[in-house]
Write a protein of this length. Structure first.
Length: 285
């Protein structure tokens, strides 16, 4: 019987998990016998323990990418068991995602991922700006004068022009209506506005990526899955290129990763996954 390669098995599991990774389902729908079979059979077949596998599912939920490295026995799974393995993983994933352990972990992850409120500058008045700039100029002039004391006469002569210019600027700073004061005040305001606008965009992206209600994320992921895999050509030709298989048609090479994963998983697994996705998406609306 044809055996799966490690890469093929990982692809199968990634496609299956992608479909229903976020689905919430009541625990009573799954009997103890199913849970026991999954624990004793699926993980054993994959060659990865339940703790590591469950953690990979959790990380997959966060990042939309299944981490199942370490499944050392994956290539020993018979090709005819592809759909069964996918269904088992989907069943376990739904059960785990619905449990309190995952909910607690997701809430903590979401809180840690939330953009931090920016620290805004205290916008200075023109008078405050003038006072600070004069103090800075006085400090710079004093430091320059002290350095020049230890310089040779030739070097002092070369530095004198710069020192005279600084003293002239210092004198101009005594003008309360100096144009620089408005510029610096507006600069403080502009910097704060930039930070606020950036924070607003980050929060919008955060709420879309990790919504408080997982159902919204479920809908988005399932919809994307169905759209992406709607036109998979399971008969697409492959060729060898630099030691790996690539599609003969360049348009297929440009397809997103999910499309390619669906192709590699095969029609049985992908169509089974799509059926699950369609069913649960209809129930979430």
């Amino acid at each position: 019987m044809k055996q799966l390669t490690l890469k093929q098995c990982v692809v199968i599991i990634r496609v299956a998990a992608l479909a229903l990774l976020l689905v919430i389902i009541s625990l009573f729908l799954f009997s103890f016998s199913v849970e026991r079979r999954l624990a004793e059979d699926m993980w054993k077949q994959l060659g990865i323990d339940k703790v590591a596998g469950t953690n990979n599912i959790k990380e997959s939920f966060y990042h939309n990418y299944l981490y199942l490295y370490g499944a050392k026995n994956a290539k020993k799974i018979a090709a005819g068991n592809r759909t069964a393995v996918a269904r088992d993983l989907l069943t376990y994933t739904k059960q785990y995602v619905n449990g309190p352990e995952f909910k607690k972990a997701y809430e903590a992850y979401r809180n840690d991922s939330k953009p931090r409120t920016p620290e805004l500058k205290t916008v200075r008045t023109k008078e405050q700006v003038q006072k600070e700039e004069i103090a800075n100029m006085d400090k710079m002039i004093k430091e320059t004068e002290d350095m020049m004391k230890n310089m040779t006469p030739d070097v002092q002569k070369g530095m004198q022009a710069s020192l005279d210019k600084a003293r002239k600027t210092r004198k101009e700073y005594e003008n309360p209506n100096h144009k620089l004061w408005n510029i610096l005040v507006e600069s403080d305001m502009s910097e704060n506005k930039y930070k606020e606008d950036r924070y607003k965009k980050e929060m919008e992206r955060f709420e879309k990526t990790l919504p408080a209600d997982p159902r919204e994320l479920i809908k988005s992921r399932l919809t994307k899955l169905l759209q992406t895999t709607a036109d998979v050509d399971y008969e697409a030709e492959l060729k060898e290129s630099y030691g790996k298989k690539v599609f003969v048609k360049q348009e297929f090479e440009r397809k997103p990763a999910e499309w390619k994963m669906a192709f590699r998983a095969g029609k049985d697994v992908t169509e089974t996954t799509r059926a699950f996705a369609e069913k649960w998406l209809s129930e979430l609306k």
